[in-house]
Design a protein around this ligand. Structure first.
Ligand SMILES: CC(C)(COP(=O)(O)OP(=O)(O)OC[C@H]1O[C@@H](n2cnc3c(N)ncnc32)[C@H](O)[C@@H]1OP(=O)(O)O)[C@@H](O)C(=O)NCCC(=O)NCCS
Length: 331
């Protein structure tokens, strides 16, 4: 039998840089209450959201991705030609095929890179990061651009009291590359197809066309809340264990920005010490799904609340249901 050569990569991988972009249009809770029977007080108390960003005229999923990715590549000190794989985590791209990643790569000046989209909803960024880490360590790619991006405003029924106040738009990107020390801990991930109807697209594309109704996102808020504050809390704890990190050794906590009350419950469960910096970008950006974790990472680093080299726990969870999390060293 002929023996085939195997690729060999770097002993470890790490996040080299982060960049993000949000739309310019700011919608506060008062604005949303024109369309739903709600109040600024209710939305703020139940979710922590005070305002969100929705696409303005001239902005798009692609333009947000381009802005976030351009910043991340520049901050990594790389040129586009040094990126060999582009992973875009999104559920907002309107085309069944081709994926967004190949055209985005070309527009960024990245040539002949592996490029594909990942559909893992609010866990999408952590799914992409897990794949990027594995690609670099296996020698399948040297520098991987991972983008989490959503324009959920385009799939939100502004008159739906269960979701209108929650979802939003944005993009975050990181470059993952080789490292002599480990900067990305083992991923903890999984799914529960029994709960497919916890968050769903109200109408598949075939029926949407037949019925002439644009699909939107439906959500059973209570079911999601219960799952996130029980099962996901345990998964977050497993992330720490698998990376050999105690809560005392953690510097930063970046949960998916689903809801501040979910974040509060995770904090209590994990017994994280007071000194741990906690991402709360949901307040100004709403829940922008796959984009929320890299946007929060960029915001904490830019404001100086978090520092390069610190240890951060990230956990994403959402429609599927799916989840993924890992402990990382901040770029
Ligand atoms: C969405 C969520 C905030 C709703 O809160 P809730 O307490 O579960 O809401 P319920 O549907 O049980 O309704 C409770 C009360 O609030 C009211 N209510 C529901 N939606 C409302 C709204 N938009 N504005 C004002 N009141 C509302 C209900 O009428 C009900 O009132 P009542 O007690 O007088 O009957 C909450 O379920 C949640 O945070 N879920 C997680 C969602 C999430 O994170 N999704 C993203 C995952 S990626």
């Amino acid at each position: 039998m002929t023996t085939l050569k195997a690729s060999t990569g770097s002993p470890y991988a790490r996040i080299l840089s982060v960049g993000s972009a949000v739309p310019s249009r700011v919608l506060d809770n008062e604005y949303m209450c024109q369309f739903i029977d709600s109040s600024d007080e209710w939305i703020t108390q139940r979710t922590g959201i005070r305002e969100r960003r929705w696409l303005a005229e001239g902005e798009s999923l692609e333009s947000l991705c381009l802005d976030a990715a351009t910043t991340a590549i520049a901050r990594a000190g790389l040129t586009a030609s040094e990126i060999d794989a582009v992973l875009v985590s999104t559920v907002s791209w309107y085309h069944q095929t081709p994926a967004l990643a190949p055209s985005l790569a070309t527009r960024l000046g990245i040539t002949d890179a592996a490029a594909y989209d990942i559909s893992a909803a609010c866990a999408g960024f952590c799914y992409g990061l897990a794949q990027a880490e594995a690609l670099v360590r296996a020698g399948q790619a040297r520098h991987v651009l991972v983008i989490g991006a959503e324009t959920l405003s385009q799939m939100t029924d502004i008159t739906d009291r269960a979701t209108a106040f929650l979802f939003a738009d944005g993009a975050g990107a990181v470059v993952v590359g080789p490292s002599q020390t480990n900067g990305i801990g083992p991923v903890v991930w999984g799914s529960d197809g029994e709960q497919t109807d916890a968050i769903w697209q109200t109408n598949d594309w075939k029926h949407a066309v037949e019925q002439g109704t644009w699909p939107s996102l439906g959500m059973n808020g209570r079911a999601v809340f219960k799952w996130a504050t029980s099962f996901i809390a345990g998964a977050a704890s497993t992330c720490l264990e698998r990376s050999g990190i105690t809560p005392e050794e953690l510097d930063v906590f970046i949960p998916h920005q689903a809801n501040n009350r979910i974040t509060d419950t995770l904090l209590r469960y994990l017994k994280l010490p007071e000194k741990v910096v906690v991402a709360r970008t949901i307040q100004h950006y709403g829940n922008n799904s796959a984009a929320s974790i890299p946007i929060a990472m960029d915001a904490l680093l830019s404001s100086g609340e978090a520092k390069s080299g610190q240890t951060a726990l990230m956990i994403g969870f959402g429609a599927g249901l799916v989840y993924a999390g890992q402990v990382v060293t901040l770029p």
